[in-house]
Design a protein around this ligand. Structure first.
Ligand SMILES: [Zn+2]
Ligand SMILES: [Zn+2]
Length: 324
């Protein structure tokens, strides 16, 4: 088996983009305003609610719906999911989903946008998103959603939902509103989401022999409402449910289930029994491999991580970053 070709090299593209890095750093510094506003329990609850709504929009919307189409919904609800997710300042909906599809296609190969085992922890956690390499949206990778003009508009004006949210927080809550409903939970959301690109390929156990280094991690699943069952997810990407066993808490799926009772979402895809039970049929050698691969750290499996079918298309240099 051959490996995917090396990433086309132009080291300048890997430098931090000032336009992305300065606001990112500024937001972290602004968290210090909690010492100016002081603490109140109702503000902490506001922060939790702001985190929860937007985490749900990221996991159900950006990830399970726009990237993987693991359930169906109406055009209005899809727009609302995109709007709410974009309030988390993680760039546009089509940008996010196109890059995530690319991650699954090339997971842990040199072409992966955020593989910790290839490019290190900090690159996978936030370096890639702050670099200039991945600025643009590959609309070809997300044709199924870029046919909706309202989503393209939202993607091109990706700051609008967050700015609107920030203004509302300021208008209704003044400085404490802005700090506790917008700034603090946004920074927490960033790092919680980023752990799925970094830590969940480094720290946790592996149940399925996927062609990558994805892991299952209970703590990350709690923080990210179910995304921490990342090895399950890489084993079967298009399921709306990522926690497959009763102890695998998946808050996003529980919420999707409730929404489905009201007809707001439907056709939630569940894991096929043969996918869920695949690990029961592993040989002793495969079980040994899984155990070795579950060791903490950034190491590729001994076996090749890609299969020939999963190789990238031929004849391109860097399709992901083509301008529209
Ligand atoms: Zn992954
Ligand atoms: Zn995914």
């Amino acid at each position: 088996m051959t490996e995917a070709p090396a990433v086309p090299s132009d080291p300048k593209l890997d430098r931090l983009s000032w336009g992305a890095s300065v606001p990112f750093l500024a937001f972290h510094l602004l968290v210090g305003l909690v010492f100016v506003t002081g603490f109140r329990w109702e503000w902490a609850l506001l922060a939790v609610a702001s985190y929860a709504v937007r985490m749900f929009a990221i996991t159900a919307g950006y990830h399970r719906y726009f990237s993987h189409r693991s359930f169906k919904t109406s055009r209005l609800v899809q727009f609302l999911l995109a709007w709410l997710a974009q309030m988390s300042l993680q760039k546009g909906v089509l940008w996010w989903a196109a890059h995530h599809r690319h991650h699954h296609k090339y997971s842990d190969t040199p072409l992966d946008v955020h593989s910790p085992v290839r490019r290190g922890f900090w690159w996978s956690h936030m370096g890639w998103i702050l670099s200039r390499r991945y600025d643009s949206t590959n609309y070809d990778a997300i044709k199924d959603f870029s046919r909706f003009p309202e989503l393209v508009w939202l993607n091109e004006h990706h700051l609008v939902p967050a700015i609107t949210g920030g203004l509302l927080a300021w208008f209704f809550g003044g400085l404490p509103g802005l700090v506790w409903a917008a700034i603090v939970p946004t920074v927490l959301l960033w790092h919680a989401t980023f752990t799925i690109n970094s830590l969940s390929h480094v720290f946790g156990s592996r149940r399925y022999l996927t062609a990558d280094t994805s892991r299952n991690n209970f703590l990350l699943a709690l923080l990210t409402f179910g995304e921490g069952w990342h090895n399950n997810h890489h084993a079967s990407q298009s399921t709306a449910k990522q926690g497959w066993f009763w102890w695998e808490v998946d808050l996003t799926f529980a919420c999707l289930r409730v929404l489905s009772w009201f007809g707001l979402v439907w056709d939630l895809r569940l894991p096929r029994p043969e996918a869920k039970d695949a690990h029961l049929h592993y040989t002793p050698e495969q079980r040994r491999q899984l155990k070795a691969e579950s060791r903490f750290g950034m190491h590729l499996p001994q076996r090749p991580v890609r299969t020939p079918e999963a190789q990238p298309e031929v004849g391109f240099e860097n399709p992901l970053y083509a301008k529209r």
